[in-house]
Design a protein around this ligand. Sequence first.
Ligand code: ASP
Ligand code: ASP
Length: 362
Amino acid sequence: MRHLINILDLSTAEIDKLIDIADDIIRHPQIYGDVCHGKILATLFYEPSTRTRLSFESAMLSLGGEVLGFSEQSSSSAAKGESVADTAVMVSGYSDIIAMRHPKEGAPIVAAMHSSVPIINAGDGGHYHPTQTLTDLMTIRHEMGRFDNLTVGLCGDLRFGRTVHSLISAMSRYMGIKFVLISPEELRLPYFVKGKYIIDKGFEYCESKSLEEVIGELDILYMTRIQKERFVSEDEYFRLKDSYILTPEKMALAKKDMIVLHPLPRVNEISVAVDDDPRACYFKQARNGRYIRMALIAKLLGLIATDVNEPQEQAEEIITDKFTCRNSRCITSTEQELPQQFKLTDKENNIWRCRYCETRAE
Ligand code: ASP
Ligand code: ASP
């Protein structure tokens, strides 16, 4: 049984194959209309979402399966204090596959430890969002025809933007990528992503506070929303919320074949005047989400053979109850009796990171 917690749980060959299947679904939807007959997808959304939950549900219904679930914490037993572990045990008795979104980082890992069916991480706090990345990669392949030799600009909230973290880790497996990180000082990319996927792998990168100054270099501009719900201080959110607004004037400085992506929802970071620009691909990107999730669900249920290499398991050294995670957004802060586990991520410098949220041990 396989889960999708982190985009790196899929090999690049598997991602290519999923995109092939998604493209085939677009061309021949009737062939896939019954693939999940008799199967149930549970969507456990402890945090608000429209797009992701609806696209999972639409994906399962289009495959002939059924869906059940909840869309806010207050309507689930979590409001009564039920743990993620217990919920996973229970719900895996009622369903064949689970998509879970949770405000705490690492919650889907806990679910996967206790579930008897595959778990899909549909977004965990400010950490990862791997199915958004599948959608992003599908759109990049359609529009650019390749994943190599691209200058990728990521703009906005790089600190809390989980889609950014997953996309960078995915792109770090291709050749000749240059990362351009555009954010205010306060919202810079955290080290668990920058160190591991950009610096250690030797990719070229630069950091800039100004979108205008760098937009002309980019092949892809990935815009993001400032993640209001992750800010501790409201004042800080209000100070930073209008940091970047993409307008037709800025688009005039970009390459003719640059593409603009955004995981949506947008607040005001892309002016609606940009929507008619042929380089604006975010609505196409949102549509792709349904088809790639269809391919993913069918694959994880073993109903479609993808027949390509799986990623190689890397044995990790794990230590239990030696350190305590200090990230207040980590699942260890709320899940009672969850052991504090840390993995050795850098042997040479003896750096340990939380197994759930990847915060560094002190
Ligand atoms: N949270 C956002 C929404 O409500 C995006 C998502 O669901 O992925 O649309
Ligand atoms: N929909 C994306 C997410 O759920 C991006 C966002 O909400 O800004 O992370």
